[in-house]
Design a protein around this ligand. Structure first.
Ligand SMILES: C[S@@+](CC[C@H](N)C(=O)[O-])C[C@H]1O[C@@H](n2cnc3c(N)ncnc32)[C@H](O)[C@@H]1O
Length: 275
Protein backbone atom coordinates (compact mmCIF):
# COMPACT_ATOMS: atom_id res chain seq x y z
CA UNK A 1 0.00 0.00 0.00
CA UNK A 2 1.29 3.48 -0.91
CA UNK A 3 2.59 5.83 1.82
CA UNK A 4 0.76 9.11 2.29
CA UNK A 5 2.49 11.75 0.18
CA UNK A 6 2.07 15.51 -0.12
CA UNK A 7 0.30 14.75 -3.41
CA UNK A 8 -2.36 12.82 -1.46
CA UNK A 9 -2.64 15.56 1.18
CA UNK A 10 -3.20 18.19 -1.52
CA UNK A 11 -5.81 16.01 -3.22
CA UNK A 12 -7.60 15.59 0.13
CA UNK A 13 -7.69 19.38 0.67
CA UNK A 14 -8.92 19.98 -2.89
CA UNK A 15 -11.74 17.50 -2.39
CA UNK A 16 -15.23 19.05 -2.17
CA UNK A 17 -16.08 18.10 1.46
CA UNK A 18 -12.79 19.60 2.72
CA UNK A 19 -13.27 22.72 0.60
CA UNK A 20 -16.77 23.19 2.06
CA UNK A 21 -15.47 22.60 5.60
CA UNK A 22 -12.68 25.23 5.41
CA UNK A 23 -14.75 27.70 3.38
CA UNK A 24 -17.52 27.59 5.96
CA UNK A 25 -14.94 28.20 8.72
CA UNK A 26 -13.51 31.17 6.84
CA UNK A 27 -16.97 32.68 6.32
CA UNK A 28 -18.47 31.95 9.72
CA UNK A 29 -15.77 31.46 12.36
CA UNK A 30 -12.87 33.81 11.67
CA UNK A 31 -10.01 34.01 14.16
CA UNK A 32 -10.08 31.99 17.35
CA UNK A 33 -9.80 34.05 20.57
CA UNK A 34 -6.42 32.38 21.30
CA UNK A 35 -5.10 33.19 17.81
CA UNK A 36 -6.06 36.82 18.22
CA UNK A 37 -4.31 37.09 21.60
CA UNK A 38 -1.04 35.71 20.22
CA UNK A 39 -1.22 37.67 16.96
CA UNK A 40 -1.63 40.91 18.88
CA UNK A 41 1.14 39.96 21.32
CA UNK A 42 3.77 38.79 18.80
CA UNK A 43 2.83 40.81 15.68
CA UNK A 44 2.31 44.30 17.16
CA UNK A 45 3.11 46.19 13.93
CA UNK A 46 0.07 46.26 11.65
CA UNK A 47 2.17 47.82 8.87
CA UNK A 48 4.60 44.89 8.76
CA UNK A 49 4.55 42.59 5.71
CA UNK A 50 3.26 39.23 6.92
CA UNK A 51 3.06 35.81 5.31
CA UNK A 52 0.48 33.13 5.99
CA UNK A 53 1.40 29.60 4.91
CA UNK A 54 -1.39 27.07 4.38
CA UNK A 55 -4.04 29.80 4.35
CA UNK A 56 -6.82 27.45 3.24
CA UNK A 57 -9.99 29.41 2.41
CA UNK A 58 -8.62 32.54 4.10
CA UNK A 59 -9.97 32.22 7.65
CA UNK A 60 -6.83 33.63 9.31
CA UNK A 61 -5.61 36.06 6.64
CA UNK A 62 -9.00 37.72 6.31
CA UNK A 63 -9.17 37.82 10.13
CA UNK A 64 -5.79 39.60 10.11
CA UNK A 65 -7.11 42.06 7.54
CA UNK A 66 -10.10 42.83 9.79
CA UNK A 67 -7.68 43.58 12.64
CA UNK A 68 -5.95 46.20 10.46
CA UNK A 69 -2.97 44.24 9.07
CA UNK A 70 -2.79 45.34 5.46
CA UNK A 71 0.46 44.01 3.95
CA UNK A 72 -0.56 40.38 3.68
CA UNK A 73 0.59 37.55 1.45
CA UNK A 74 -1.10 34.18 1.87
CA UNK A 75 -0.61 30.93 0.05
CA UNK A 76 -1.76 27.34 0.02
CA UNK A 77 -0.92 24.42 -2.22
CA UNK A 78 -4.62 23.50 -2.67
CA UNK A 79 -5.92 25.51 -5.64
CA UNK A 80 -9.59 25.05 -4.71
CA UNK A 81 -9.03 26.59 -1.28
CA UNK A 82 -7.02 29.52 -2.66
CA UNK A 83 -9.90 30.25 -5.07
CA UNK A 84 -12.31 30.33 -2.11
CA UNK A 85 -9.97 32.68 -0.21
CA UNK A 86 -9.77 35.07 -3.18
CA UNK A 87 -13.53 35.14 -3.49
CA UNK A 88 -14.10 35.76 0.25
CA UNK A 89 -11.47 38.54 0.21
CA UNK A 90 -13.34 40.22 -2.66
CA UNK A 91 -16.59 39.95 -0.71
CA UNK A 92 -14.98 41.55 2.37
CA UNK A 93 -13.22 44.38 0.50
CA UNK A 94 -9.83 42.80 1.08
CA UNK A 95 -8.69 42.54 -2.54
CA UNK A 96 -5.29 43.96 -1.54
CA UNK A 97 -4.35 40.63 0.07
CA UNK A 98 -2.00 38.78 -2.23
CA UNK A 99 -3.07 35.11 -2.54
CA UNK A 100 -0.90 32.52 -4.26
CA UNK A 101 -0.82 28.82 -4.88
CA UNK A 102 2.50 27.45 -3.59
CA UNK A 103 4.00 24.52 -1.73
CA UNK A 104 5.76 25.63 1.45
CA UNK A 105 8.50 23.03 0.99
CA UNK A 106 9.58 24.69 -2.28
CA UNK A 107 8.57 28.31 -2.50
CA UNK A 108 9.01 29.90 -5.91
CA UNK A 109 11.45 32.79 -6.32
CA UNK A 110 8.71 35.39 -6.78
CA UNK A 111 7.44 36.94 -4.57
CA UNK A 112 9.37 34.96 -2.00
CA UNK A 113 12.88 35.81 -3.19
CA UNK A 114 15.41 37.61 -1.04
CA UNK A 115 15.94 41.10 -2.48
CA UNK A 116 19.59 42.11 -2.90
CA UNK A 117 20.79 45.32 -1.24
CA UNK A 118 20.98 48.29 -3.68
CA UNK A 119 24.74 48.79 -3.37
CA UNK A 120 27.38 46.23 -2.44
CA UNK A 121 28.13 48.28 0.68
CA UNK A 122 24.50 48.68 1.74
CA UNK A 123 23.75 47.17 5.13
CA UNK A 124 22.23 43.74 4.90
CA UNK A 125 19.71 42.33 7.34
CA UNK A 126 20.17 38.70 6.41
CA UNK A 127 23.11 36.38 6.39
CA UNK A 128 22.31 35.66 2.72
CA UNK A 129 23.26 39.27 1.92
CA UNK A 130 19.77 40.34 0.88
CA UNK A 131 16.56 41.70 2.30
CA UNK A 132 14.03 39.01 3.12
CA UNK A 133 10.51 40.14 2.30
CA UNK A 134 8.55 39.14 5.40
CA UNK A 135 8.60 40.51 8.94
CA UNK A 136 6.59 37.59 10.30
CA UNK A 137 4.92 34.33 9.29
CA UNK A 138 2.01 32.18 10.44
CA UNK A 139 1.18 28.55 9.73
CA UNK A 140 -2.06 28.02 11.62
CA UNK A 141 -4.36 25.18 12.57
CA UNK A 142 -1.71 22.47 12.36
CA UNK A 143 -0.89 23.00 8.67
CA UNK A 144 2.83 22.33 9.24
CA UNK A 145 1.92 18.94 10.74
CA UNK A 146 0.01 18.02 7.60
CA UNK A 147 3.25 17.68 5.69
CA UNK A 148 4.20 13.99 5.61
CA UNK A 149 7.80 13.24 6.61
CA UNK A 150 9.93 15.00 9.20
CA UNK A 151 12.53 15.97 6.59
CA UNK A 152 9.80 17.73 4.60
CA UNK A 153 8.51 19.57 7.68
CA UNK A 154 12.06 20.74 8.34
CA UNK A 155 12.32 21.83 4.73
CA UNK A 156 9.15 23.91 5.20
CA UNK A 157 10.69 25.57 8.27
CA UNK A 158 13.85 26.30 6.25
CA UNK A 159 11.83 27.85 3.44
CA UNK A 160 9.95 30.09 5.89
CA UNK A 161 13.29 31.01 7.45
CA UNK A 162 14.64 31.95 4.01
CA UNK A 163 11.82 34.41 3.30
CA UNK A 164 11.65 36.00 6.77
CA UNK A 165 13.80 38.72 8.27
CA UNK A 166 16.02 38.11 11.31
CA UNK A 167 13.94 38.24 14.48
CA UNK A 168 10.68 37.64 12.58
CA UNK A 169 8.12 35.66 14.62
CA UNK A 170 6.66 32.41 13.30
CA UNK A 171 3.34 31.38 14.87
CA UNK A 172 2.07 27.84 14.36
CA UNK A 173 0.19 25.08 16.13
CA UNK A 174 0.52 21.34 16.64
CA UNK A 175 -1.55 18.62 18.23
CA UNK A 176 0.30 17.44 21.30
CA UNK A 177 0.96 13.70 21.54
CA UNK A 178 1.75 13.93 25.26
CA UNK A 179 -1.03 16.26 26.24
CA UNK A 180 -3.40 14.08 28.28
CA UNK A 181 -3.35 10.64 29.98
CA UNK A 182 -5.80 9.41 27.32
CA UNK A 183 -3.47 10.56 24.52
CA UNK A 184 -0.49 8.93 26.22
CA UNK A 185 -2.39 5.64 26.56
CA UNK A 186 -3.40 5.76 22.90
CA UNK A 187 0.20 6.38 21.82
CA UNK A 188 1.48 3.53 24.03
CA UNK A 189 -0.81 1.21 22.05
CA UNK A 190 0.38 2.73 18.79
CA UNK A 191 4.02 2.14 19.89
CA UNK A 192 3.21 -1.56 20.26
CA UNK A 193 1.67 -1.60 16.77
CA UNK A 194 4.85 -0.09 15.29
CA UNK A 195 7.03 -2.58 17.21
CA UNK A 196 4.93 -5.45 15.84
CA UNK A 197 4.85 -3.83 12.38
CA UNK A 198 1.05 -3.81 12.19
CA UNK A 199 0.53 -0.03 12.08
CA UNK A 200 -1.47 1.49 9.20
CA UNK A 201 0.94 0.82 6.30
CA UNK A 202 0.11 4.18 4.70
CA UNK A 203 1.72 6.08 7.60
CA UNK A 204 5.19 7.50 7.05
CA UNK A 205 6.46 7.83 10.63
CA UNK A 206 5.51 7.11 14.21
CA UNK A 207 3.19 9.95 15.30
CA UNK A 208 1.29 10.01 12.00
CA UNK A 209 -2.48 9.57 11.78
CA UNK A 210 -4.73 9.39 8.74
CA UNK A 211 -8.27 10.26 9.81
CA UNK A 212 -11.08 9.22 7.50
CA UNK A 213 -13.97 11.01 9.12
CA UNK A 214 -16.97 10.58 6.87
CA UNK A 215 -16.10 12.22 3.57
CA UNK A 216 -13.15 14.29 4.91
CA UNK A 217 -9.71 12.66 4.91
CA UNK A 218 -6.99 14.28 7.02
CA UNK A 219 -3.33 13.40 7.36
CA UNK A 220 -1.77 14.69 10.59
CA UNK A 221 1.55 14.18 12.29
CA UNK A 222 1.29 14.46 16.08
CA UNK A 223 4.68 15.40 17.52
CA UNK A 224 5.92 15.53 21.08
CA UNK A 225 7.33 18.77 22.41
CA UNK A 226 10.96 17.67 22.09
CA UNK A 227 10.55 16.91 18.38
CA UNK A 228 9.38 20.45 17.64
CA UNK A 229 12.16 22.00 19.74
CA UNK A 230 14.72 19.95 17.77
CA UNK A 231 13.17 20.85 14.40
CA UNK A 232 13.16 24.56 15.24
CA UNK A 233 16.77 24.43 16.40
CA UNK A 234 18.14 22.73 13.27
CA UNK A 235 16.25 25.02 10.91
CA UNK A 236 17.41 28.29 12.45
CA UNK A 237 14.37 29.20 14.53
CA UNK A 238 14.66 30.06 18.25
CA UNK A 239 11.88 28.92 20.48
CA UNK A 240 10.13 31.94 22.03
CA UNK A 241 6.87 30.59 23.46
CA UNK A 242 4.58 27.59 23.65
CA UNK A 243 1.33 26.90 25.48
CA UNK A 244 -1.81 24.82 25.16
CA UNK A 245 -4.77 26.70 23.68
CA UNK A 246 -6.98 26.13 26.73
CA UNK A 247 -4.50 28.09 28.88
CA UNK A 248 -4.75 31.12 26.59
CA UNK A 249 -8.49 31.60 26.08
CA UNK A 250 -11.85 29.91 26.43
CA UNK A 251 -12.99 29.36 22.86
CA UNK A 252 -16.65 29.51 21.81
CA UNK A 253 -18.60 26.30 21.31
CA UNK A 254 -18.48 26.65 17.53
CA UNK A 255 -14.68 27.02 17.55
CA UNK A 256 -14.32 24.00 19.86
CA UNK A 257 -16.55 21.98 17.53
CA UNK A 258 -14.39 23.00 14.57
CA UNK A 259 -11.00 22.39 16.19
CA UNK A 260 -9.56 20.34 19.06
CA UNK A 261 -7.16 21.46 21.74
CA UNK A 262 -3.72 22.26 20.33
CA UNK A 263 -0.36 23.68 21.31
CA UNK A 264 0.61 27.13 20.06
CA UNK A 265 4.25 27.82 19.25
CA UNK A 266 6.11 31.04 18.54
CA UNK A 267 9.68 30.93 17.26
CA UNK A 268 11.94 33.75 16.13
CA UNK A 269 13.99 33.67 12.99
CA UNK A 270 17.68 33.43 13.80
CA UNK A 271 20.66 32.07 11.88
CA UNK A 272 20.49 28.56 10.37
CA UNK A 273 22.51 25.98 12.28
CA UNK A 274 22.72 23.17 9.79
CA UNK A 275 20.89 20.90 7.39
C1 LIG B 1 -5.94 22.53 8.60
S1 LIG B 1 -5.85 23.46 7.16
C2 LIG B 1 -5.91 25.10 7.80
C3 LIG B 1 -6.43 26.10 6.80
C4 LIG B 1 -6.52 27.53 7.36
N1 LIG B 1 -5.21 28.05 7.73
C5 LIG B 1 -7.46 27.57 8.54
O1 LIG B 1 -6.96 27.69 9.66
O2 LIG B 1 -8.66 27.46 8.35
C6 LIG B 1 -4.13 23.30 6.70
C7 LIG B 1 -3.81 23.94 5.37
O3 LIG B 1 -2.42 23.74 5.08
C8 LIG B 1 -2.30 23.52 3.69
N2 LIG B 1 -1.04 22.82 3.41
C9 LIG B 1 -0.68 21.59 3.84
N3 LIG B 1 0.53 21.27 3.34
C10 LIG B 1 0.93 22.33 2.58
C11 LIG B 1 2.08 22.60 1.81
N4 LIG B 1 3.07 21.68 1.68
N5 LIG B 1 2.19 23.79 1.18
C12 LIG B 1 1.19 24.70 1.28
N6 LIG B 1 0.06 24.49 1.98
C13 LIG B 1 -0.06 23.33 2.63
C14 LIG B 1 -3.53 22.69 3.32
O4 LIG B 1 -3.84 22.74 1.95
C15 LIG B 1 -4.59 23.34 4.21
O5 LIG B 1 -5.28 24.36 3.54
Amino acid sequence: MKKISSHQVRADFNDLPAVLHYTRAAHELGLWASERILIERFFPDRDAPLLEAGCGAGRVTIGLWSLGYHRLTAFDFARELVDQAVSLAAERGAEAIRFLQADVTRLPRRPFSVRKPRAPTAPSNTHEGGHAPFAGALFMFNGLMQIPGRANRRQALRELHRVCRPGAPLLFTTHDRDHSPAERALWRLETLRWIRGDQDPRLVEFGDRYFEDGAVRTFMHLPDRREILEDLAVTGWSHAFDAMRSTLARESRSIRDFSDECRFWVARRGQPLGR
